[in-house]
Design a protein. Structure first.
Length: 179
């Protein structure tokens, strides 16, 4: 099976911490899905996959062509449906994060307890969003035949291999969650 892959140019669109754990460039970890696919969290991979499918919805492209032709029509439509709903999940997370960003912007910069509280609350927003993405994956997989699951799994592997993430060492645990 040969999939034409577009290296995802999409940034991970989840809500970032209000203040990263580290801002030193030497404290950044580069995780390359081609070299270390197991290091790319499921939520990241499925977020990219859903956004890719949504971006090509209704079009026959090299990126989704084999999925479209090798999956049953109703199964591919289920994939497209969950993909389109990914932007709704993202918008909800952004709406939940907006008041936290406002509190962050107007905070007393010396109040480290408030910063920690706001970052914890932002992580809660992220976890709800990520879990919703994984729940969408699970709903989708339940609707697919074993053959279509296999086709999709291969395509997901290609998506994962195209992901390169840069994460502050201090943020790795939060970034990987909820896994």
């Amino acid at each position: 099976m040969s999939f034409y892959m577009l290296t995802p140019l999409l940034a991970i669109l989840t809500v970032s911490p209000l203040q990263p754990a580290s801002s030193n460039a030497s404290d950044i970890v580069v995780i390359d899905g081609k070299k270390n696919p197991s290091q790319i969290p499921e939520w990241v991979t499925w977020e990219h996959a859903f956004l890719t499918v949504a971006g090509w919805r209704g079009k026959d492209s090299g990126i989704t062509h084999e999925l479209r032709t090798m999956m049953a029509k109703d199964e591919f439509e289920a994939l497209e449906g969950e993909a389109v709903r990914q932007s709704e999940r993202m918008n909800l997370a952004e709406q939940e994060a907006a008041p936290l960003r406002e509190r962050y912007a107007s905070r007393d910069r010396k109040d480290t307890k408030l910063l920690a509280l706001l970052n914890d609350q932002m992580q809660d927003v992220n976890l709800r969003y990520r879990r919703a993405t994984l729940e969408a994956r699970n709903r989708l997989l339940e609707r697919l035949s074993p053959e279509s699951q296999s086709v999709l799994a291969s395509w997901i592997g290609d998506i994962r291999a195209g992901i390169v993430s840069r994460v502050a060492k201090g943020d790795l645990e939060r970034w990987r969650a909820p896994e």
